[in-house]
Design a protein around this ligand. Structure first.
Ligand SMILES: [Zn+2]
Length: 292
């Protein structure tokens, strides 16, 4: 996978080659606002690599960062960017701003207590601007329609729809070719979000992880989430995924892999409760689990 993909000669998608995550970050130059950046990488060194690409393809005059959701592989290197674009606004949904504060503190606490996870944010960022529900930004040559989704892969996401390009920037509501992270089991509302996204007139979907795709991805995501629900009912019954007996966990993982043999499985282990990603594994699972 190349690090830069250009979409409709307008949008630049930078994929962070960090471990096995392949997070996507998008930047573009606008008539009215200079450069807009949608999500930045986890590590400052990857933020710096993204910054080099931004300078290569645009004026480098960043006026706005839009952060899609609270997971730190989409916002943490704002730490670096605050040095090269100190006056740029940082916009998130209100719930995401809240989640960044809560999660950021939990990451820092976890590492102080156990020192097991090296990839923590350097600091907990504060968005300069928040919004609720929807926000329309006239960028001049095209429009950015920001919509909050409610719970899906995170407690809240901001997707961007650009009607002139029929492009949907979907962040982690959509994974392409990767088993999604569903450790917190928001699959019920996530499916509702997918149904709603189907109502958009979309030609191109830019996922949070994986290559650029088309609206057929909605079917793939629905299939994954529905199978997950069916198998959870079969193997966990009325319990949550983290309380599922270990032998059933293995069966569920194998069945998911069999149905999606080409998908990268890193997060599947976590989604089926086999490994718990910090800071969640505070002992709320009655079976012993592998800590990462
Ligand atoms: Zn995420």
């Amino acid at each position: 996978m190349s690090e830069i993909e250009i979409i409709d000669d307008v949008l630049y998608m930078y994929t962070t080659p960090f471990e096995n995550w392949w997070s996507n970050h998008i930047f573009f130059e606008t008539e009215k606002m200079g450069v807009v950046v949608y999500d930045v990488p986890f590590l400052n060194e990857d933020g710096k690599a993204l910054w080099e690409q931004i300078k290569k393809y645009t004026s480098g005059e960043i006026s706005l960062f839009i952060l899609s959701h609270g997971h730190s592989d989409h916002w943490s290197s704002i730490d670096f960017f605050s040095g090269v674009a100190p006056d740029a606004a940082i916009l998130t949904a209100k719930e995401t701003a809240n989640n960044i504060q809560i999660m950021g503190k939990a990451y820092v606490n976890w590492t102080e207590m156990f020192g097991t996870w090296s990839h923590i944010p350097e600091l907990i960022i504060k968005p300069t601007e928040t919004f609720e529900k929807e926000k329309v930004i006239d960028a001049g040559d095209f429009t950015l329609k920001l919509y909050t989704t409610g719970p899906a892969e995170d407690t809240e996401h901001t997707v961007i729809y650009i009607p002139e390009l029929k492009v949907l920037l979907a962040n982690d509501v959509i994974y392409k070719g990767y088993h999604p992270w569903n450790e917190e089991e928001r699959d019920g509302h996530w499916l509702r979000v997918l149904d709603w996204l189907r109502t958009f007139d979309v030609k191109t979907v830019v996922p949070g992880h994986g290559p650029v795709c088309g609206p057929e991805i909605f079917d793939d995501m629905e299939k994954w989430l529905t199978l997950y629900q069916d198998l959870r009912l079969e193997y966990a019954g009325r319990y949550g995924i983290k309380d599922m007996p270990p032998e059933n966990r293995e069966k569920m993982i194998e069945e998911m892999k069999a149905e999606f043999p080409d998908w990268v499985e890193g997060d599947l282990q976590i989604s089926c409760g086999k490994m718990l990603a910090p800071p969640y594994s505070y002992g709320n699972n009655k079976y012993s689990v592998t800590k990462i």
